[in-house]
Design a protein around this ligand. Sequence first.
Ligand SMILES: [Mg+2]
Length: 374
Amino acid sequence: MKRYLFIDRDGTLIHEPADFQIDAYDKLALVDGVIPALRKLQDAGYRLVMVSNQDGLGTESFPRDQFEGPHRLLRQILQSQGITFEAEHIDESFEGESRMIDGTPTRKPGIGMLLPYLRDRDVDLAGSWVIGDRTTDLQMAANLGCSGLRIGADGLDWNGIVDRILGRPRRAERQRETRETRITASVDLDRAARPQVSTGIGFFDHMLEQIGTHGGFALELRCEGDLDVDEHHTVEDCAIVLGETLREALGDKRGIARYGLDDPQTPSRLLGQVAIPMDESLAVAAIDLSGRGVFVFDGDFARERVGELSTEMVEHFFRSLSVAIGMALHLKVSGENAHHQVEGCFKAVARALRQAIARDEGSASQLPSSKGAL
Ligand SMILES: [Mg+2]
């Protein structure tokens, strides 16, 4: 079934000027966040259709050529960013003088221009949305039998629209304070960003950054720990807080791939799916976000320390992380250079995690478990 987003133009894709007419290039300005939002929605399988009232277009009050230049530029900008509208339905009638198709007004909130979607049995109207900035857009949604979202209402912006349509945001924040450490962490699983990490241990920061970068999600983590004792509490507590934050962001895990491998139907391929070589060393990680914290490690590090991090803490970090997230993690490492080995471990786990937390498009509301719970 085809799911559509019927999207208003003025006030929704582009700002609406005081005189309501975008009839010059200098009046064209995109609404904040519209491009990444449309990309996400399009990637999630929605088809985009533009529906706009342009009062008196083609008359003396709004000559067509003044409309078309800026409109073509808008279309070109969107297309250059990979956003394609399947159709544009632009009504040219003045208020109170709507054109009719099959006895139905074409001017919003009328749906005269959209009757073919109602008649197409392959269109899932209940799973489709109208996005606009006016009450007439919401009335049109009701007339179509779609859901409606009004940008600007209650502070709803394009990020909020994506969250509303694609499900709850997979974000979480946590703070934890003990006598040994003070930690704040936040993750956003649906947004890649440069990781922000500071723990007071340079090499450990570098490793945690690998988790965000190769995991493909936004990660911030700050820790002030009792490094005057040693790095044990800092490393352990960062693992716990990071794991708890990830678990919270994952929520009920609907729509995720679950296994850190390409084909969840073939668990025999669980091991060996994410292998990261770094020169002579090789790290292999396999993950199952099963809800059960199990860590299996196979490897010996070539040195006792890398920078200010003792290599025995690497194993301890991943064990604590596995328990806090609730995942089975199998990690194997070989090699001769401890720096390569440790970095390979973090990258392999991050890459496996990236696959496991990826939203499995098309099964957004399904839980990847025959048991019905993870
Ligand atoms: Mg509008």
